[in-house]
Design a protein around this ligand. Structure first.
Ligand code: NAP
Length: 367
């Protein structure tokens, strides 16, 4: 199979590096275009990353030899697309929101689909916020988006914030099994890699917990409602429930966001054993389609009293599975549990690649 040439915008950052590493041996996609800020443009990727590469896995030699482009210079991307070196981009940029918004629009308008990790377009009403196992049907809005903007080949899809990955899939599995979830109380313990590189200063985070991450609680409370929403009237309408309250904390863990969750159900309430069964048996379209990045089982249940833990569980099944544990009755709501997912893989680059695989399987990225 001839691989599809892809680009990574923000290829030098925490999430960009994960894209480069995860795509090194991808069966469908091949990185042929890398871009970052004007500071990085014009240098070979391997020279730029010397001393800055954060991962254990390395990058493909051919990627190391690519010249890093300025992500703001659309003419370079158009030239690469025209030359057959760029079919679509993964966007992992960290810039002002309005700048990312304008840039992602410009790429899509130039016929280059954008699969984004940035928050800039998450509240654009015709842009789907995809978790491939939860709302794969939201890709149905792409033709509506293209028609409204006058785009032919280009479109934008985004991933939700990394903080919500560890609880939205388990909660969705319960909703899918017929249980209304009315209220959700979550406390997140978020890894430092979630703040990008170089991120939180060591003097702020070592021997410490920081009980504030700008904008994170709002994202954690609202984005699940768009993911759980439905397409109506040419836009994605938010779900009305669950009502969510979030406390988000930065903790001295390198990778892996943990979430402690309490749930209140509607009149029909599942027994704890049934919740375990629902999670263990849960599967989605990525599993049905056997997509390369899909975990065999999206939710892994651990029965040990002291799991999940970031160091022991974040890498489960390519770091794409959500691990849950400590499920027990809640004194205020109905049940409580702990969820964990790898923030820069399941919550960022791996989730973005899975979204691209889904889009490819559905015919949105060419046959
Ligand atoms: P990061 O480590 O700070 O990397 C930022 C990237 O953006 C770098 O490649 C940087 O290039 C580039 N950039 C910065 N200013 C730019 C400019 N003016 N023009 C063009 N490129 C510019 O950030 P990150 O953690 O990888 O996050 C990337 C995106 O993913 C963000 O939108 C973030 O919110 C989102 N996200 C992150 C996570 C996570 O766990 N880290 C999870 C989900 C979503 P230079 O190296 O040249 O400066």
């Amino acid at each position: 199979m001839v691989k599809i040439p892809v680009g990574v915008l923000g290829a030098t950052g925490m999430v960009g590096q994960q894209y480069i590493a995860l795509l090194a041996e991808h069966p469908w996609f091949e990185v042929r275009y890398v871009a970052a800020s004007p500071r990085s443009a014009g240098k070979k990727y391997k020279d730029l990353m010397a001393g800055r590469w954060q991962l254990l896995q390395t990058f493909a030699p051919a990627v190391g030899d690519l010249i890093v482009e300025d992500a703001n210079d659309l003419s370079r991307a158009i030239a690469a697309a025209t030359a057959g070196r760029l079919a679509f981009v993964f966007s992992a940029l960290e810039m002002e929101k309005d700048e990312i918004h304008a840039l992602e629009d410009a790429y899509a308008g130039a016929g280059i689909p954008v699969i984004s990790n940035a928050s800039a377009n998450r509240w654009t009403s015709d842009v789907p916020v995809l978790i491939a196992e939860v709302n794969p049907h939201h890709t149905d809005i792409i033709p509506i988006q293209q028609k409204a903007r006058g785009w032919d080949r280009g479109f934008i899809v985004v991933k939700p914030n990394c903080s919500i990955q560890s609880y939205v899939t388990p909660v969705y599995a319960l909703i899918k099994a017929g249980y209304e979830v009315k209220r959700l109380f979550v406390t997140t313990l978020e890894a430092v890699s979630g703040a990008g590189y170089p991120g939180v200063s060591s003097l702020d985070i070592l021997d410490n917990v920081v009980p504030y991450i700008g904008g994170e609680e709002e994202k954690s409370e609202l984005e699940p409602l768009k993911v759980l929403g439905s397409i109506a009237g040419g836009v994605i309408q938010n779900a009305a429930e669950p009502k969510i309250t979030a406390h988000c904390n930065r903790v001295p863990v390198v990778n892996g966001h943990t979430a402690c969750i309490s749930l209140e159900f509607g009149a029909k309430k599942p027994a704890i054993e049934e919740v375990k069964q629902i999670w263990t048996n849960f599967s989605g379209l990525p599993q049905e389609l056997d997509l390369p990045m899909a975990p065999k089982r999206p939710i892994i249940l651990r029965e040990e009293a002291n799991r999940p833990q970031p160091r022991k569980d974040r890498d489960t099944d390519k770091a794409m599975a959500v691990t849950v544990g400590r499920i027990r009755p809640c004194n205020l709501f109905d049940i409580r549990f702990v969820g964990l997912s790898h923030n820069t893989i399941r919550g960022a680059a791996g989730g973005g690649i899975l979204n691209a695989e889904l889009l490819k399987a559905k015919g949105y990225l060419g046959s």
